[in-house]
Design a protein around this ligand. Structure first.
Ligand code: KIV
Length: 269
């Protein structure tokens, strides 16, 4: 952990960062990556439902279940991060009724060890956000390209490009703020629109593919460190090439086993 950054990050601490030091957020899906992310001094760790695509090989986030999300949230919570730990509510865990949303969000707090939940959408989920916040469950909202609506969008595409769509996103940002969300993720929207939203609302905006004017940034850890196959997305920067490092290390291991260089007496009993 970085010196001077030992104090536990809470929901009010994230809110207070509005307009100040940028919020640094990243996903993590298990115990070791939570430890590594926390050691880097990030402010917020999201157990994202992106784990469905990144870890489990699903084509979208839609097949991810509550049980899968709880399994990974518990693993992350065991790392006891200093960063705020937020669990992502999977598809159909909060859209059916407010009662189901309360039960499922409560499970993330009670069983999963999360400190807040994230859910996607604006006006249609405002009642859910309001209810969760009213019973003490902090909510991180998520607007723009919300992956659980991938079929409606016709793919993972930039949103808010037309005047009408931009107006709706601005309205939704005000609505989730009014409903009590402590911050809002803005995904894949034009930078100028993210700037407008950031200037208009009093809660922090945390962007991913939403340009530099948000109050913070969030990225998928595996994208940042090259632990996914293929080329990085336009909105991601690759800071390491861990996938290549793994393959190279295992090629060397295979070579050494085949040639008898490993194990040596040093590794034997
Ligand atoms: O599931 C996820 O990882 C997310 C982030 C991309 C914000 O929702």
């Amino acid at each position: 952990m970085m010196p001077g950054r030992e104090k536990k990050i809470t929901v009010p601490a994230i809110r207070q960062k509005k307009g100040g030091e940028k919020i640094v957020a990243v996903t993590a899906y298990d115990y070791p990556t939570t430890l590594f992310a926390d050691a880097a001094g990030v402010d917020l760790i999201l157990v994202g439902d992106s784990l469905g695509m990144v870890l489990l090989g699903y084509p979208t986030t839609l097949p991810v279940t509550m049980e899968e999300m709880l399994h990974h949230t518990k693993a992350c919570a065991r790392a006891k991060p200093r960063a705020l730990l937020v669990a992502d509510m999977p598809y159909l865990s909060y859209q059916i009724t407010v009662e189901e949303a309360v039960r499922n969000a409560g499970r993330f707090i009670q069983e999963g060890g999360a400190e807040a939940v994230k859910l996607e959408g604006g006006e249609p989920v405002a009642e859910v956000i309001h209810r969760l916040v009213s019973i003490g469950i902090p909510v991180l909202a998520h607007l723009g390209m919300t992956p659980q609506s991938v079929h409606a969008f016709g793919g993972h595409r930039v949103q808010g490009r037309t005047d009408e769509a931009a107006k709706r996103l601005i309205e939704d940002a005000h609505i989730v703020e009014q409903a009590g969300a402590f911050a809002v993720v803005l995904e894949l929207i034009p930078a100028a629109l993210a700037k407008q939203i950031t200037e208009q609302i009093t809660i922090p905006t945390i962007g991913i593919g939403a340009g530099p004017y948000c109050d913070g940034q969030i990225q998928v850890l595996h994208d940042l460190i090259g632990l996914v196959p293929g080329e990085p997305f336009k909105h991601t920067k690759r800071y390491a090439h861990i996938g290549e490092t793994i393959t190279k290390a295992l090629q060397q291991y295979a070579e050494e086993v085949r040639t008898g260089q490993f194990p040596t007496e040093e590794h034997a009993f």
